[in-house]
Design a protein around this ligand. Structure first.
Ligand SMILES: [Zn+2]
Length: 276
């Protein structure tokens, strides 16, 4: 699933590799997918793309916003989209949910795994789209310890939400989903079910630093090992707490990594380092 590290990397790669390319033709793909979310009928996608160019790309949390100039913005990410550049037609996949054919005979395809979206937004739709967040990026300068502390200040003493819910839902940290969360909580030594309001001042600080350092490490290593970049290469960040490491020794204390279902997704944690 695309989260902040992958969205940031893919947007940067699109700026280097795709910006300025001229679109000959494009469409909503050749294989309808129940969980590929779109906002226009196929004929509209096919009518809009020809003659346009690829403009600037930027990440908004887990989303990738790419201008299709003039007049539109493609919104990808936040789900299981495989966004792949093809230097020629030989590597095109059999099935895809978005297709762009450029004038230099290169291509971009998006294949949705699980669920994902390929929205094509006009300026009014872009300005008001509920998925696009105005929250601060956790890697921005303004995302300070004081700002993070302020998120906790909104909780009442009786607030029931867990630290998992706090981090990925409400209020949520922009671009952090259930994937990046696992290593962040391990670094901060916090159990996913811990009540957010029960965290001490020191634990909140640990969580703040773990969030920034873990996301930075994921970015520096080209994304997480289970996800792919624009050139179809997996990221170099080896996840410590994941389906790949469940049952294996915790890198800190050696206890076997546990897996549990919690809040609509698997959580992986060390039962010794992350106690309840
Ligand atoms: Zn441990």
């Amino acid at each position: 699933m695309i989260e902040l590290p992958e969205a940031t990397i893919i947007a940067a790669q699109m700026n280097t590799g795709l910006k300025g390319k001229h679109i000959l033709d494009g469409n909503r793909g050749n294989s309808p997918h129940k969980f590929a979310f779109v906002n226009r009928p196929p004929e509209e996608y096919a009518a809009i793309f020809p003659g346009k160019s690829i403009g600037e790309s930027r990440a908004n949390g887990s989303l990738i916003l790419t201008d299709i100039e003039p007049g539109y913005t493609l919104m990808l990410g936040g789900g299981g989209e495989r966004i792949i550049y093809h230097p020629d037609a030989t590597s095109l996949p059999a099935k895809y949910q978005l297709y762009l054919h450029f004038s230099d005979e290169t291509y971009l395809t998006v294949t949705v795994q699980g669920w994902g979206s390929t929205y094509l937004l006009d300026p009014a739709e872009l300005a008001s789209h509920p998925f696009i967040s105005k929250n601060l990026s956790p890697l921005s300068h303004s995302f300070s310890p004081g700002y993070f502390e302020g998120l906790f200040a909104m909780l009442s003493p009786e607030d029931p939400r867990s630290v998992k819910f706090f981090m990925i839902s409400k209020p949520g940290v922009l671009g952090v989903g259930n994937g990046c969360l696992q290593d962040i909580l391990w670094q901060a030594r916090l159990h996913p079910r811990r009540r957010a309001i029960s965290l001490s001042v020191d634990e909140r600080k640990q969580l703040y630093h773990a969030t920034r350092e873990t996301l930075r490490a994921m970015l520096e290593r080209g994304g997480r090992d289970g996800d792919y970049n624009l050139y179809n290469h997996p990221g170099g960040y080896r996840r410590l707490m994941s389906n790949q490491t469940a049952g294996q020794p915790c890198p800190r204390c050696g206890a076997p990594v546990e897996k549990a279902s919690y809040l609509g997704g698997a959580v992986y944690f060390c039962p010794q380092c992350q106690t309840l």
